[in-house]
Design a protein around this ligand. Structure first.
Ligand SMILES: [Zn+2]
Length: 291
């Protein structure tokens, strides 16, 4: 999006008068508390919710060597609600300059702009997010789960069963574990069409974790996007169907990648390798959006 368009889009977001039967009427538009009405079309915002500095990509089954990956979040504004896909790395990491080293994986996680602040840029508070959908509940995808106790969480039943074992797997985000018992959840047993109109679909792509899932968004102008989650972490792993050795099921992981390839081909979709920085850079710069 060009700067003028972005400016107009921002203006539109904060000045559009209330219409329709939205439950929350916006107050004076300029305060952070004012919730702009849902736009008439579906919009997709993409933004960084953390970074992961990896010492050796062999950890992910990729060619060895250091690399930095991004942990994005995607916010979808739909006339029937707002959906956040993944919650990134825990916002508290932003307080530690240079990031926090995970001693178990030797991955350094860093947050530059907290998720809460990025929502504020869209005049949203965490409680305004209708649905929080998780590709899976690892720390770099469910890190800020505890920010959203008022939202309906969407995840697969298999993922919850896996994450809620005693003791829980070490890779599960602590904020997920501390919050899930008291939130409203929509547990999926397969694919789901979230708003019932084909615009936002979640598809089961197990293997990285038992209940891993991917996101398919159909936009009026931008077309269809298939967003990987961690069905693959890098371009190379996608191309060569390589899987991290720590995936819970390698055969399932490869089948899930084949499934995604089929979906991409059938809908002439843009495939987004979620952790690849160049994929995030290809989106309109936040708070810009695709529609
Ligand atoms: Zn990840």
């Amino acid at each position: 999006m060009r700067p003028l368009e972005r400016w107009l889009a921002a203006l539109f977001l904060v000045t559009l008068p209330a219409c329709g039967s939205g439950a929350k009427a916006p107050a004076a538009a300029s305060t952070p508390e004012a919730i702009p009405p849902a736009p008439p079309e579906v919009r997709l915002h993409a933004f960084a919710c953390g970074y992961a500095e990896i010492e050796d990509m062999a950890l992910f089954g990729d060619e060895s060597g250091p690399r930095e990956l991004v942990a994005p979040c995607y916010l979808i504004r739909h006339p029937r609600g707002t959906l956040l896909w993944d919650t990134g790395v825990d916002d508290t990491f932003a307080q530690t300059k240079g990031g926090v080293l995970d001693p178990r994986t030797r991955i350094r996680f860093r947050v530059e702009t907290p998720l809460r602040d990025q929502l504020r840029a869209l005049h949203l508070a965490p409680a305004d997010v209708t649905y929080v959908a998780f590709s899976h509940v690892h720390g770099d995808h469910a890190g800020n789960a505890a920010l959203f106790p008022a939202s309906t969480w969407i995840l697969s039943r298999r993922e919850l069963e896996w994450a809620s074992t005693t003791p829980p797997p070490e890779s599960v985000a602590p904020g997920f574990l501390s919050t899930y018992p008291r939130v409203k959840m929509r547990l999926l047993d397969g694919d789901a069409d979230i708003f019932g109109d084909g615009t936002v679909k979640i598809v089961a792509t197990p293997g990285h974790t038992p209940g891993h899932q991917s996101l398919v968004v159909k936009l009026r102008r931008a077309g269809t996007l298939v967003i990987s989650g961690d069905a693959c972490h890098t371009h190379g792993n996608w191309q060569h169907r390589r899987t991290p050795p720590f995936n819970t099921d390698r055969e399932e992981s490869v089948r899930s990648m084949e499934r995604l390839k089929g979906l991409v081909d059938a809908s002439h979709a843009r495939f987004v390798v979620q952790h690849e920085p160049d994929e995030l850079d290809a989106f309109p710069r936040f708070p810009g959006f695709l529609d």
